[in-house]
Design a protein around this ligand. Structure first.
Ligand SMILES: Nc1nc2c(ncn2[C@@H]2O[C@H](COP(=O)(O)OP(=O)(O)OP(=O)(O)O)[C@@H](O)[C@H]2O)c(=O)[nH]1
Ligand SMILES: [Zn+2]
Length: 211
């Protein structure tokens, strides 16, 4: 257990989840008490007695994505769609994630489009995939590429376009303190990657409902 409580060698290769010993809930709660004392609080005062328990419980929701597999949501496709094969966009999916540098939230919207090939997925499933990856520690770039890779792997559409726009609280509440700044990331595969006109169409769809 000591190994996980000490800082890791920065150059160590990335370990698989099963190689990392998981602390108990009690150890996680004790770590929260340590942080409370570190910021100058008294972890024993009445208002804070249940806080470690609540924080650890909230982590089960905020970081639920580690225990979920997007495949479960993307493997069921529908083919009876009247031969529809044009772009499908799910526009403005709200998400919240946490940056892996500060463990502070970044909050924004995802815009996903794809050209189907042989089948479509339930629309909600795309939002579920966003949540699975957002409910992990992330960089916005990683989140973008993981969502795209997973849709590509399980659905193999003719093309995928994804744009994320988010505000990072680590830039708003602390550090450089720039409120109202958003970060945009995009990734294109297939027809979107090959044809700039498709990227332009994607951008037009994104603006569509705001006119
Ligand atoms: N590329 C990228 N950077 C991010 C993301 N989330 C946070 N960051 C940045 O990660 C960087 C970490 O920089 P460091 O210098 O190691 O940390 P820091 O001293 O806390 O930096 P400041 O935020 O500038 O105070 C900061 O520039 C953050 O803005 C992200 O999703 N993608
Ligand atoms: Zn950050």
């Amino acid at each position: 257990m000591d190994a996980i409580l000490k800082p890791a060698d920065e150059k160590a290769p990335r370990r698989a989840p099963h190689e990392i010993a998981r602390p108990s809930r009690e150890q996680a709660e004790a770590a929260v008490r340590t942080l409370l004392a570190y910021i100058g609080e008294d972890p024993e005062r009445e208002g804070l007695l249940d806080t470690p328990k609540r924080v650890v419980k909230s982590y089960a929701e905020l970081y639920s994505g580690y225990a979920e597999d997007p495949k479960a949501h993307l493997e069921r496709t529908f083919e009876d769609v009247g031969g529809y094969e044009d772009m499908i966009m799910v526009r403005g999916i709200p998400f919240h994630s946490h940056c892996e540098h500060h463990m502070l939230p970044f909050i924004g919207k995802a815009y996903i489009a794809y050209y189907p090939s042989g089948g479509v997925v339930g629309l909600s499933k795309l939002a579920r995939v966003v949540d699975i990856y957002a409910n992990r520690l992330q960089t916005q770039e990683n989140l973008t590429s993981q969502i795209v890779s997973s849709i590509d792997e399980h659905l193999a559409p003719r093309g995928i376009a994804l744009m994320l726009e988010a505000e990072h609280q680590c830039m708003t509440m602390r550090g450089v303190q720039k409120a109202g700044v958003s970060t945009i990331t995009t990734q294109f595969t297939g027809v979107f990657q090959d044809d700039p006109a498709e990227q332009a169409r994607f951008m037009t769809f994104i603006r569509g409902g705001d006119r």
